[in-house]
Design a protein around this ligand. Structure first.
Ligand code: ZN
Length: 404
């Protein structure tokens, strides 16, 4: 997504109908008689206040800044840019009254469409929308694509590189590319193949190639991000730090206090504090990722406890370190099905594997949960562990089936 902020290259699979691209070519080849003329923000402000607009209203708005727009089919362009048109109704005065609706766009989506039209060469004025909508997004935790366009508009303006391809059948025919620069400084390449509109490429006046930006996956935390993009780098750093706390854990003062004061300090159940449920959740995530399971097998997290009486978890302290037992080196979870307890999963951080973390606790688990079952499928490592440390019944359950 961050790549899309600076490189709004439409995917090569996505195509616009040939007649729409022909229309864009013809329209952009004309002179905008409104270029540089001052406009009133009255209509844009009305749209922001009402929250909605209709195609004919949007056309009036666009005609204030670009005389050529009457030749364009606004709805086709909205469809191409994945900007949704929805039925909008006058709010009825009576709940049982009928309502008449028309297709329209939200003010936010209308602003996004104006920005996309500006990127491909039309003169639009999205600023009244940005001024009206952006303050309301200041504290938003999540934003959709149109809202993202609004909050990044002032930085993003004129820096885009847009490529649009038509669905023309171009099996043969002569390629012909016309390069044009407009009054704003946009650089256009109109490409026709066999006389048909094939591709439009538009670079904003402030567009610069950013060769150092590339999509990479971090070997350590497995996070996929755009190297060289500040926002993406920041998101990666945050995820990297989160994963490091689990893969290379440090002593936790809260765990230390628990080890000193509680009779069964590693147990996580409904009576345990939320932070322990959060630590369980993080390790359940690592287990899911490593074993490629479809879902996370701990029904609690940092904000919400897992209060099921059928569910019990354990956070493993580092029993190998006499000075730092308050480091959480792994976790496991049990589930009670009818009267039978079952070990759902076990996860130990990589540097503590094969150091007896689970073996250290197995006897205690057998005493507490009886001859508990073990959820399959098992990793090969876990199967070997059970064959070495499990009860006779557990060993029999993990033996590969005898070929018949
Ligand atoms: Zn990383």
């Amino acid at each position: 997504m961050n790549g899309a902020l600076t490189e709004k290259r439409e995917t090569m699979e996505k195509k616009i109908p040939l007649q729409v691209l022909e229309s864009i070519f013809d329209t952009l080849s004309e002179t905008n008689l409104r270029s540089g003329k001052s406009t009133s923000d009255k209509l844009a402000n009305e749209i922001v206040v009402s929250g909605w607009t209709f195609p004919w209203q949007l056309e009036d708005l666009l005609l204030e800044t670009d005389s050529r727009i009457h030749r364009m089919d606004i709805e086709s362009l909205a469809t191409y840019f994945d900007i949704p048109l929805r039925y909008v109704f006058h709010k009825p005065r009576f709940v049982n009254a009928g309502a008449v609706g028309h297709e329209g766009l939200s003010a936010t989506d209308a602003a996004c469409l104006l920005m996309k039209l500006e990127d491909i060469g039309f003169d639009t004025n999205p600023m009244p929308f940005v001024r009206g909508i952006a303050p309301g997004l200041a504290n938003a935790k999540y934003v959709d694509e149109s809202e993202l366009s609004i909050i990044s508009y002032e930085w993003q303006r004129h820096r885009c590189h847009t490529v649009i391809r038509s669905d023309a059948d171009i099996d043969d025919g002569e390629w012909e590319t016309k390069k044009v620069k407009d009054a704003v400084g946009r650089r256009f390449e109109f490409t026709r193949v066999g006389g048909k509109a094939y591709m439009l490429e538009v670079k904003g006046p402030k567009y610069r190639r950013q060769p150092n930006r590339r999509l990479v996956t971090c070997d350590y935390c497995d996070y996929r991000y755009t190297k060289g993009d500040p926002e993406s780098n920041l998101a990666h750093r945050s995820e990297h730090a989160r994963v490091r706390k689990i893969l290379d854990p440090k002593p936790l003062p809260a765990f230390s206090r628990r080890l000193l004061t509680k009779p069964n300090p590693e147990l996580v159940d409904a009576s345990s504090p939320k932070w322990m449920h959060g630590e369980m959740y993080e390790r359940a995530c690592r287990f899911k990722r490593e074993l490629k399971f479809d879902f996370i097998q701990w029904e609690g997290n940092q904000e919400r406890k897992n209060i099921s009486a059928q569910s019990q978890g354990y956070l493993f302290s580092d029993h190998t370190s006499p000075h730092m037992p308050e480091t959480i080196v792994g976790a496991c979870a049990f589930w009670k099905d009818a009267d039978q307890w079952r070990l759902r999963w076990v996860w130990v951080c990589p540097k503590m594997r094969r150091k007896g973390v689970l073996a250290h606790r197995w006897r205690q688990f057998l005493e507490r949960y009886g001859d508990f079952e073990i959820e399959t499928p098992l990793s090969e490592e876990m199967r070997h562990f059970v064959l070495m440390h499990g009860s006779p019944q557990q060993c029999a359950a993990v033996q590969p089936p005898v070929p018949t």
